[in-house]
Ligand binder design. Sequence first.
Ligand code: NDP
Ligand code: MG
Length: 396
Amino acid sequence: MKRIAVLGATGSIGASTLDIVARHPDRFRVTALAAHRNVTALADLCARFRPELAVIADPACESELRARLTEAGVTCRVAAGPAALIEAAAGTHCDTVVAAIVGAAGLESTLAAARAGKRLLLANKEAIVMAGPLLLAALAEGGGELLPLDSEHNAVFQCLPGGRPNLAAAGVRRILLTASGGPFRGLKASDLVEVTPERACAHPNWRMGRKISVDSATLMNKGLEVIEAHYLFDAPAERIEVVVHPQSIVHSLVEYVDGSVLAQLGNPDMRTAIACALAWPERVEAGVTPLDLLKIARLDFEAPDLATFRCLDLAYRALAAGGTATAILNAANEEAVAAFLDGRLPFLAIPETIERCLAGLGATAAIDLATVLDADLTARRDAQRIIATLSARTHK
Ligand code: NDP
Ligand code: MG
């Protein structure tokens, strides 16, 4: 029986994870559930899955959560705040942690799960983008393992020989990450001036949280995934390529030196990657519609439009700069996306904010968590200043 903590339980990945767990009560048991502020959804999940520990990250919501749980007759332990998130990630109640908090808010709990030697199922890509070397060191220290939930990385993981192989020794020439191209594929900058959050969040193939949906629309999601692949698979940037594949059926590919190209295919449903990681090395039913190749009939591939979707290139540049540059990239992106979703920043100003932020702040070698958190905070302040300037320009 695997004992599972789900951090970000009320989100899109949280829901898909709990769907798999519910299908296999003989294999998986939920021991902790954590969310940010959505007390109603968290209380409902606690009533359904009966964890030992329920964590609400915002302490202001703790009493309401307690009241709801009492009302529902749920007797689990309740805790709130950053230390409680760490406990949910690193406590003895669990052996597996699903890290599905969105953004930098998930960094410390993700690191704590790694350091505690848990089986870490990583969806929270921002954590590895901000602090890849620290996460790898924490995994080594804890002696646990990381299994990627991001569909592309899960696909690459399935196409590689076991573990975290030396790519050169394993004969890997390239990792090819597929990108759907998002809702604005084929459009030019002049078509994107008036884009609304609703349009940006209407992804053609995947239903996801709002932040990652905007990242998919700007192609920053693929940029974050290039950085994620670099750390997960110890792959130099020049061996990671992005190919646009609008149907989202081929989730990614690995090319070997003998010309073999292995790919993982499936319908676009995150439950495949999640079920794979939860049960690995076994396989479990995930409720996913079987792939009907005859119905799909064709698969298309094209090069990404880097001139229109500049975020992908910015991510490669941050990766090349190294040190805290990827933390700065992530922080500026989070601030710009939040401002766009709030109606404070035009869509096309997202890459501009990030570019200015990267240019203005000197990246330093990230040696410890304090350095990373400091770079994150400074970049957010700088991004806020840039956003204020850019939105004043738009509203003139
Ligand atoms: P959602 O917005 O749907 O869910 C986010 C979850 O994180 C919610 O449970 C939310 O709680 C919680 N949360 C937000 N802020 C905090 C905080 N400060 N402290 C603690 N918990 C917090 O996001 P997704 O599920 O779409 O994405 C989660 C992560 O997975 C992201 O890193 C994303 O990039 C990655 N991912 C997602 C995919 C998808 O298909 N959705 C695919 C691949 C990767 P509350 O509800 O209370 O706000
Ligand atoms: Mg992905």
